[in-house]
Design a binder for this molecule. Structure first.
Ligand SMILES: *[C@@H]1O[C@H](CO)[C@@H](O)[C@H](O)[C@H]1NC(C)=O
Ligand SMILES: *[C@@H]1O[C@H](CO)[C@@H](O)[C@H](O)[C@H]1NC(C)=O
Length: 661
């Protein structure tokens, strides 16, 4: 078992009916005699501090460095004042000869993992670490941070005996001690009796970041508070005007950065956009200012959050399980609709444009009437002609006349004289008038508002059509997310997904190749409107109607950030007041105003250029292109070809007649 941590569990306190006793028993071989440096009277101090900071229903995790005997400490926690519901005792065996700090660290991180499981299965946990060795405390600070042992609600009590310079150096140097809910009980060795002091580190106090001695303990006077602060002081209700580092990059309409010149010549950076306003409000509520760290990409922005260099990345990020493995998210304040953008399918030249204005049935009915009516008219005319017995009207003439009337070309020069045939021709004229008018009207509409081919509007259609889907590097988590999905469409999307080009580049590529860009809907629409709008307001790109992924968005924040509850509360207050929606609509109105102003300026510029050159603004007038007019041209060619063929046949028959004579 060498190298493994030894855990010694002691079933001690079983008071209430519901008792959570977690015993971790890896090594039951008890050490015979433990060297103890903890004075018996110090137990009184520990007892007093635990009693003042712990709820009786909390369980306790006790971690000792193997030099201090846990059994002496257990005496403290079992006495009346602080009686917890359950105790987990863990001990890292003292570094023996030949063992180095790395081994201790390995043991510690294993213990921290176990302790975390205890914390996750308990309602409320206090952690007590006992060690007089600064190196052990440093190792604990690192491994507890890495192992995610502590959250703000888990209070950490470090029982130690350090000199003041050691203490003042140790507390600010480690996130676990400076930022988390940690108090130090430092046993002072005085010749007469043991006294103890309680220290905490306040990162944001009126006097700046400082170590504060908030209480003292002595056997005769007990625990005495020395400041207005309680032992369980909140650290993040008021940042006292401190400067907080955050990481963000411009991402309209969420994050907009503008530089303003002040009266005295310096430039200040103003952050607006919906998330910018939100952070401004949070900063006002918690009394801090923020600076944005120099970063090159969104990937770096999030990396800085993971490394705790940045307190948050205060811009819209969709919550994904893959992301939560690296960092936490604040309160989700916004729905995130992931959409795709791609090129509108072009208008292909199509001869059918002549055919579209009428439905199939109408065409069929017209054709049928064109066949039947001349026959009836011919019969009526022939019946009339038999009485006068003049020259007979030919069938070809009648068909030609009727067709001519239908397309509005001519009236028969010699009108039939019988009233029945006149009525028939009259009815045909009315019919031709209506059909002709309707067709012409509809044809105009179809030519000017052409029928575009169907385009993908849903994810299913998208994955069938495109060769590739792109997403900027900060969306890398999506590839794993889609590939890990059980949904076939998402899996296919994951295979097509290529992480690389920025949104603008991706859209430019999408104009040339058969690919699409996936991005948040609002941002995508904004980028397309800003960069791909033509002066008449139309674009070559469109955003698919379906949301690929309806999700929630929040800000990345380091794992187990102690200040998260305060940030969350402020965000919630803003959302409840409806301010976020207001900023959002303000932002959209502003963008619309700006873009229409830009377009007006562009138009004015174009007109000026055109008038300088003395040309008309050709582009502004929509001309009908070959794509529109292919139908009639093809019809004419077809007619010419048919006429040519029949001409050839006629010539041939004439030649045949001549040669036979
Ligand atoms: C601990 O490990 C690191 C690298 O993992 C190594 O550089 C260092 O020398 C080790 N320390 C000791 C005392 O062996
Ligand atoms: C913010 O902090 C500063 C510095 O401590 C303080 O002077 C100021 O009163 C605080 N403002 C508010 C609103 O609490």
């Amino acid at each position: 078992m060498a190298g493994l941590p030894r855990l010694r569990g002691q079933r001690k306190i079983m008071r209430a009916s519901v008792v959570l006793v977690v015993i971790l028993l890896l090594d039951v071989i008890a050490k015979s005699i433990l060297p103890t440096r903890m004075e018996p009277s110090a137990i009184g101090a520990l007892d007093a501090v635990l009693g003042a900071t712990s709820l009786p229903s909390c369980s306790l995790i006790l971690l000792a460095d193997g030099i201090t005997s846990p059994s002496t400490i257990l005496k403290a926690v079992s006495s009346e004042g602080s009686s917890p519901r359950g105790v987990t005792v863990m001990e890292v065996t003292a570094a023996e000869d030949g063992q180095d700090g790395n081994v201790t660290l390995a043991m510690l991180s294993h213990l921290v993992d176990l302790a975390r499981q205890v914390r996750l299965s308990s309602w409320c946990v206090r952690v007590v670490v006992v060690s007089h060795d600064p190196a052990f405390l440093v190792a604990f600070a690192e491994s507890s941070l890495k192992g995610r042992l502590l959250v703000w609600a888990t209070r950490l009590l470090v029982v130690t005996s350090l000199t003041l310079p050691q203490l003042y150096a140790l507390l600010p140097a480690h996130w676990t001690f400076s930022m988390m809910n940690t108090i130090f009980l430092n046993l002072e060795k005085t010749p007469s009796n043991v006294r103890a002091s309680v220290y905490i580190y306040l990162p944001y106090s009126q006097a700046g970041a400082q170590v504060v001695r908030i209480a003292s303990w002595s056997p005769d006077r007990g625990l005495q508070l020395l400041t207005e602060l309680q032992l369980s002081a909140e650290k993040y209700d008021d940042f006292q005007g401190a400067t907080i580092p955050v990481t963000a990059l411009p991402y309209p309409p969420y994050w907009v950065e503008e530089e303003h010149q002040t009266a005295n010549g310096t430039t200040v950076r103003i952050y607006s956009g919906t998330d910018g306003e939100l952070l401004n409000s949070v900063a006002r509520a918690l009394n801090f200012t923020f600076i944005t760290l120099q970063i090159a990409s969104w990937v770096e922005a999030v990396d800085k959050v993971v490394e705790r260099e940045s307190f948050m990345a205060p811009v819209y990020h969709t919550v994904l399980p893959q992301r939560l493995e690296r960092f936490d998210m604040t309160y989700t304040y916004e729905y995130s609709f992931l959409a795709f953008g791609m090129k509108k399918p072009g208008l292909k030249p199509r001869w059918q444009s002549l055919y579209y204005p009428l439905a199939n049935q109408v065409w069929a009915a017209v054709l049928a009437l064109l066949l039947v009516t001349p026959i009836i008219v011919l019969m009526v005319i022939r019946l009339g002609e038999r009485r006068d017995a003049g020259s007979r009207t030919g069938a070809g003439d009648v068909v030609q006349h009727m067709t001519g009337m239908l397309v509005g070309q001519n009236l028969p020069r010699r009108l039939p004289t019988t009233s029945s045939s006149r009525l028939l021709v009259g009815a045909w004229l009315v019919f031709a008038f209506i059909i002709g008018t309707v067709y012409r009207g509809n044809l105009t509409a179809h030519l000017t508002l052409p029928k575009y081919p169907p385009r993908p509007e849903t994810v299913e259609e998208l994955v069938e059509v495109v060769d590739r889907v792109t997403r900027p590097p900060y969306g890398a988590a999506y590839k794993d997310f889609f590939l890990g999905s059980e949904n076939e469409v998402f899996q296919k999307l994951g295979e097509l997904l290529f992480i690389g080009p920025k949104v603008l580049e991706g859209l430019q590529q999408a104009l040339k190749h058969n690919q699409a860009v996936i991005e948040g809907r609002r941002y995508l629409e904004q980028i397309i409107a800003e960069n791909f709008s033509q002066p008449d307001g139309s674009t070559e790109l469109y955003v698919g109607r379906q949301h690929i992924l309806p999700g929630l968005a929040a800000w990345p924040i380091p794992h187990d950030s102690p200040y998260r509850p305060q940030i969350d509360l402020s965000i919630m207050a803003v959302i409840e007041a409806g301010l976020y929606e207001k900023w959002s609509s303000d932002q959209m109105a502003k963008a619309r105003r700006q873009s229409s102003r830009r377009q007006r300026e562009y138009l004015a510029q174009q007109q000026q250029q055109a008038s300088e050159k003395g040309t008309r603004i050709g582009k502004m007038i929509m001309a009908l292109t070959l794509a529109h007019m292919q139908g009639p041209l093809m019809l004419l060619l077809l007619g010419l070809a048919l006429a040519g063929i029949s001409f050839a046949i006629e010539i041939a028959s004439v030649m045949h007649l001549l040669s036979s004579e």
